[in-house]
Design a protein around this ligand. Structure first.
Ligand SMILES: NC(=O)c1ccc[n+]([C@@H]2O[C@H](COP(=O)([O-])OP(=O)(O)OC[C@H]3O[C@@H](n4cnc5c(N)ncnc54)[C@H](O)[C@@H]3O)[C@@H](O)[C@H]2O)c1
Length: 261
């Protein structure tokens, strides 16, 4: 199945991150124009150049998803320069590093606020102006990136777990509210996804790696491209009867226990 998104424009938050970059490359490969949103102007500009060198139409706009007014301005600028936004991917997200994790009674309040503000409020702040535009054009595809921990909590990550669970039900709420306007809203829950930056680290701690892999029926972490493929599919005319769907892409992690007791 060759997906064709020629003439469509996709806005991807956190667009030069590991998963976001794979999504942007796949959108370009499918013929869509891409608006990359992120906070670092140098990384954004470099990634814009990379996408253009693939022959695609791409533009980086600096923006922070926790900045409500900034997201409204950014949306206006994107529409001004690209003419429209057909696809919104709410992908930007943060979690605490391993050494800052802990049970709720020890969890740092500032970490809690930052994670809820980025991973949940950020989806709301970015969606609102883009959806207004999609309502007016009576067309839109929204993909919200949650996580398997939004469905099955992992201990010592209460903020990430709560924010990503919020994204799951926000996705369903958006789906029922926006269906009358021709806007389809779906969620994606990645499992453990590897990328260049973490691959060596992960495999350095063999014991930790084995512990994690023993939970994954497919026996390996996923690749960013495997999340990107589903995103492009959900954005396409191959998925016109899918809305409010929460798609796990986790090698089977959330199916149940992959090992004996
Ligand atoms: N990698 C995994 O194993 C995994 C698993 C489950 C869910 N996810 C989710 O997938 C999404 C992408 O994660 P990733 O693995 O590519 O991580 P990443 O850190 O490589 O990418 C996240 C991107 O979001 C950007 N970002 C963070 N805060 C922002 C803000 N306030 N405004 C704008 N941009 C901001 C970061 O700068 C980065 O570019 C996240 O929502 C993450 O929670 C990842």
């Amino acid at each position: 199945m060759k997906i064709d998104l020629t003439g469509r424009t996709a806005l991807v938050t956190g667009g030069y991150g590991a998963i976001g970059a794979a999504m942007c490359r796949k959108f370009i490969g499918a013929g869509a124009g891409v608006i990359i949103v992120g906070r670092n102007s140098q990384k954004g500009a470099e990634f814009e150049d990379e996408l253009k060198s693939m022959g695609g139409k791409a533009m980086f706009i600096q923006g922070d998803v926790t900045d409500k007014k900034g997201m409204e301005d950014l949306c206006a600028e994107a529409i001004d320069k690209f003419g429209k936004i057909d696809i919104l991917v709410n992908n930007a997200g943060i979690n605490v590093s391993a050494e800052r994790r802990g049970p709720i009674h020890e969890f740092d309040d500032e970490d809690w606020q930052n994670i809820i503000n980025t991973d949940l409020n950020g989806v709301y702040y970015c969606s609102k102006p883009v959806i207004r535009h999609m309502v007016s054009q009576k067309y839109g595809r929204v993909i919200n990136v949650s996580s398997i921990v939004g469905l099955v909590p992992l201990r010592n990550q209460c903020a990430f777990t709560a924010a990503k669970a919020g994204v799951v039900n926000l996705t369903r709420a958006m789906a029922i509210e926006l269906a009358p306007y021709g806007i389809l809203v779906n969620g994606i829950c990645p499992g453990s996804i590897m990328f260049e930056g973490t691959r060596n680290l992960f495999y350095k701690d063999r014991e930790k790696a084995d512990r994690m892999l023993s939970h994954i029926p497919l026996g390996r972490p996923g690749e960013p491209e495997e999340i990107a493929g589903a995103t492009v599919f959900l954005s396409s005319d191959e998925a016109t009867y899918m809305t409010g769907n929460i798609m796990t892409i986790d090698g089977g992690w959330t199916c149940g226990f992959a090992r004996d007791f």
